[in-house]
Design a protein around this ligand. Structure first.
Ligand code: PEP
Length: 259
């Protein structure tokens, strides 16, 4: 299975000129050396940078994702601060992240809100990188699989409610397993732990629908140029969702080289 390496730029970089510099370095490297990586690359800029990045990446090997979309079904409307699935698709995104732990933590995103985000994304032909993962406390209490089971139930509930979307979901869903305690901390689970968790996610999805048996599961949480190779060696780690290390073209591409 082709690995996917996705950069989540979060609320970075600070200026448009830094965004352009990062983008141009990435593009120059992957277009000058088309054998550089066999991975599918994608970046998720902040919503203010989305249209510029989305347009610049049209017809290039790098895909563009939004970091989030509105839970409201309307394409337009009185939802201050929100961006609809239709708006981000029109701006040039072909994917969106949904359920990142920072959104769950700072914006109290509920099970239903996440399910609607998935539904609106798929309805607008956006792929979804759906993030799941346990907190440090849940990890310490050995509740990881239980937590994942609850978080993945969003996908099952959507399948139950919108069975006509089953094929679209199967073709356009990526799960990113991101232990909250590993995000931005430099701490990482062992490759065996991640592999066991990925096996569980894959089995759970296959239990929801046979169509989901090929769903990619990426690992995210303090992936860098030094540890990427160890994750890439596992046959059930299908790529990486990268935060901090995606803000430098060199480290982002070194991670892609490893996969
Ligand atoms: C993330 O926030 O999705 C992430 C993986 O961050 P980092 O790589 O910085 O831990």
């Amino acid at each position: 299975m082709q690995a996917w390496v996705i950069g989540n730029w979060k609320q970075n970089p600070a200026t448009m000129s830094e965004v352009n510099a990062l983008l141009e370095t990435l593009l120059a490297t992957v277009t000058d050396d088309s054998d550089r990586t066999s991975c599918q690359l994608m970046v998720a800029p902040s919503c203010v940078h989305l249209a510029t990045v989305g347009q610049r990446l049209q017809n290039t090997p790098i895909l563009c994702a939004a970091q989030d979309i509105s839970a409201h079904s309307d394409s337009t409307g009185a939802y201050t601060g929100d961006c609809s699935a239709q708006q981000v698709a029109d701006a040039g995104a072909s994917w969106t992240i949904v359920g990142h732990s920072e959104r769950r933590q700072y914006h109290q995103e509920s099970h239903d809100a996440l399910m609607y985000k998935l539904k609106h994304a798929f309805t607008q032909n956006l792929g979804v990188i759906f993030c799941v993962g346990e907190t440090q406390e849940q990890y310490d209490n050995k509740q990881t699989l239980e937590v994942l089971n609850d978080q993945l139930a969003v996908v099952k509930d959507l399948l139950d409610k919108a069975s006509h979307l089953a094929k679209t979901i199967a073709d356009n869903l990526i799960i990113a397993y991101e232990p909250v305690w590993a995000i931005g901390t430099g701490k990482v689970p062992t490759v065996d732990e991640v592999s066991t968790t990925h096996d569980y996610i894959k089995t759970t999805l296959a239990g929801f629908s046979e169509a989901l048996t090929q769903t990619r599961v990426l690992y995210g949480g303090s992936v860098n140029a030094d540890n990427a190779e160890s994750f890439a060696a596992s046959p059930v780690i299908d790529g990486a969702l990268v935060g901090g290390a995606s803000l430098k073209a060199e480290s982002f591409l070194a991670i892609a080289d490893a996969f």
